[in-house]
Design a protein around this ligand. Structure first.
Ligand code: GTP
Ligand code: MG
Length: 197
C-alpha cells in the first residue's frame, strides 16, 4: 500500500464525541503497551501515533485519515493495572461505545504480544465484537523478540488455541508481516457491511 498522505483527524475522550469522518474505519485494540501505536506507525511509514515505553500512553481514541480514503482508529489500551479502577472503567466504556456504535467501522485489529498470545481480555473482546457482528483479526506483534524456531513453536501454540481463527505475525521493529496485514485491512474495507447491503 503506497501511503500518500496521513492526517491526524481528531481525538475522542468521551463516548459519542467522535470526529465526523466519511471514510471506512479500522480500529486497533489491544492491551496497554502491546504495540498498537507502533504497529500503526509501521503500517503508515511514519511516526504519527504517539508511542511510549510507559504503559497507558494512549488515553483517548485517536483518528488518522490515510490517503484521504480510510480512517485508522488507535484505541486506548486495556488491562493496565497502574491506573485507578474509575479510569479503567472510563476507557472501557469509551472503547465499547465506539466499537458497538461506530457507523463506519469495518474491522478491528486485535493486537497481542507473540510471547503471551490471547488471554481472557482478548477472549472477551472477541465475544463482544462477534455479538455486534464486527469483523476482526488477530495480529501477534513483537515477533522480532523471538528466534525463528521459538517463533514457529509459539505461532503453532497460539493457532491451536484460536479455534480456527486466523493469526497474522507482525513486527513494528523490522516491518515483517506488513504486506499481509495491509492485504487483510483492504479486505475489511472492500467487504460491504451487512447493514448497508
Ligand atoms: P499504549 O498506548 O500505552 O496502550 O501502548 P501501545 O499499545 O500503543 O504500545 P506502543 O506502540 O507505545 O509500544 C510500547 C513499547 O513497545 C514501545 O517501547 C515500543 O518501542 C515497543 N514495541 C512496539 N512494537 C514493537 C515491536 O514490534 N518490536 C519490539 N521489539 N518492540 C516494540
Ligand atoms: Mg498507544
Amino acid at each position: 500500500m503506497k501511503i500518500t498522505s496521513v492526517a491526524f483527524a481528531g481525538a475522542a475522550a468521551q463516548p459519542g464525541a467522535y470526529p465526523n469522518l466519511p471514510h471506512p474505519e479500522i480500529a486497533f485494540a489491544g492491551r496497554s503497551n502491546v504495540g498498537k501505536s507502533s504497529l500503526i506507525n509501521r503500517l503508515l511509514d511514519r511516526q504519527i501515533a504517539r508511542t511510549s515505553s510507559t504503559p497507558g500512553r494512549t488515553r483517548q481514541l485517536n483518528f488518522f485519515v490515510v490517503n484521504n480514503t480510510l480512517t485508522f482508529v488507535d484505541l486506548p489500551g486495556y488491562g493496565y493495572a497502574q491506573v485507578s479502577k474509575q479510569e479503567r472503567g472510563q476507557w472501557q466504556r469509551l472503547a465499547e461505545d465506539y466499537l458497538s456504535h461506530a457507523q463506519h467501522l469495518r474491522g478491528v485489529v486485535i493486537i497481542v504480544d507473540i510471547r503471551r498470545g490471547p488471554e481472557e481480555e482478548e477472549q472477551t473482546l472477541c465475544e463482544f465484537l462477534s455479538y455486534y457482528h464486527r469483523p476482526f483479526l488477530l495480529v501477534a506483534t513483537k515477533c522480532d523478540k523471538l528466534k525463528r524456531a521459538q517463533l514457529e513453536q509459539q505461532r503453532q501454540a497460539l493457532v491451536a488455541r484460536l479455534d480456527g481463527h486466523p493469526l497474522l505475525l507482525f513486527s513494528a521493529e523490522d516491518g515483517s508481516g506488513k504486506a499481509e496485514l495491509w492485504h487483510a485491512l483492504l479486505a475489511f474495507v472492500s467487504h460491504t457491511p451487512a447493514s448497508s447491503r
